[in-house]
Design a protein around this ligand. Structure first.
Ligand code: NAP
Length: 307
């Protein structure tokens, strides 16, 4: 791990799965003299206070961000603009404003016009998570060994980018820099379309008339169960992802549909070689993900972790 960077004050807006995990990781790293967390939901902020993963807890984000060196927005992508409008006048000159949203170009376009020129807006996305939501679901090691993608613009201040990079490294992440549009295209195929497929297959299974719902549940170990884990992901978060990464998702879905049609044809014509070749290639991708340390050999659909 790189030398721990230390900030006088860090503020996190949104105390759910990701916001609370960032908070716990900041506390674990000792990266802030004062860590302030805000959430608009009274029940969430009460639960966060009980869990005690920060120094200060606020219902009003503007109070949390006052005098903060870094502000991290951890709310659904569709809520970024309203949070930005609320906190804009309370940000101190030189503050770094970042986020953890799963879409990057839309977040930048939503926040950039709202924030004062005297702050550094550098969007980010830790590529780590679970299908759970809320403050109790977070844990400090969520980002260990996982990638965090930062998407600075052409005129981003290099020193601010370096400080944000060092913060994510202190939280256990490996940092990658890319443009926001490229991020959105990559994540469309690695995350957004897979979630859409899971939502769709679970929806189709639950609508079937020839197979009872109890049979679907009883025999779910045949592959369906693994889709249900992904399809249990937060509805608000994923609605916002699809509404805000429309072009990239539609582009990848187009390619997906063409490949699915080719598979359909291979099955119809009994082309076993085509099926075997594809399944051999896909098995190799799985192996490479394990070799890259991005998953374990053993299945862990409950995502066990310490704490
Ligand atoms: P979450 O557990 O639902 O937490 C979001 C929190 O933000 C909730 O407590 C929510 O309150 C609060 N909130 C909503 N609007 C707000 C506002 N205007 N002001 C203050 N607080 C507000 O969601 P999450 O999974 O942590 O996701 C947060 C962000 O991380 C999203 O942008 C998502 O795309 C990104 N992300 C998620 C994952 C993942 O695996 N889940 C991974 C990487 C990145 P309510 O309960 O009232 O809605």
């Amino acid at each position: 791990m790189a030398d721990t960077v230390k900030f006088d004050r860090i503020a996190i807006v949104g105390a759910g799965l990701i916001g609370s995990s960032v908070a716990r990781a900041i506390m674990r790293a000792g990266a802030a003299k004062t860590l302030a967390v805000a959430d608009a939901n009274d029940a969430v902020i009460k639960e966060a206070r009980d869990l005690g993963f920060a120094h200060e807890f606020h219902a009003d984000a503007k109070q949390a961000v006052a005098d903060a060196d870094i502000v991290i927005l951890a709310v659904p992508v569709g809520a970024m603009a309203s949070v930005g409008a609320n906190i804009a006048s309370g940000l101190k000159p030189g503050a770094i404003v970042s986020d953890v949203g799963s879409v990057k170009e839309g977040v930048f376009k939503a926040l950039d016009p709202l924030l004062p020129d005297h702050v550094h807006l550098i969007p980010g996305h830790p590529v780590a998570g679970t299908e759970q939501s809320g403050p109790a679901a977070g844990f400090a090691s969520l980002f260990d060994g996982r990638w965090c993608i930062l998407t600075p613009s052409a005129n981003t201040d290099a020193a601010a980018l370096d400080r944000l990079t060092r913060l994510w490294e202190a939280l256990g992440s490996k940092v990658e820099i890319m443009t926001a549009p490229h991020h959105d295209l990559v994540l469309a195929i690695t995350s957004h379309v897979p979630h859409l497929i899971a939502y769709n297959i679970v929806g189709t299974a639950s609508d079937l008339e020839e197979v009872t719902r109890s049979e679907v549940i009883k025999y779910s170990a045949g592959g369906f169960r693994d889709f249900t884990r992904i399809a249990a992901s937060d509805p608000t978060m994923w609605r916002d992802v699809f509404l805000n990464n429309k072009d990239a998702v539609l582009e990848m879905l187009g390619r997906f549909s063409e490949d699915l049609t080719a598979l359909q044809r291979a099955i119809r014509w009994g082309d076993g070689d085509a099926l075997f070749d594809l399944f051999t290639r896909t098995r190799d991708i799985r192996r490479r993900i394990i070799d890259a340390g991005q998953d374990e050999e053993t299945a862990d659909f409950g995502r066990h972790h310490e704490e």
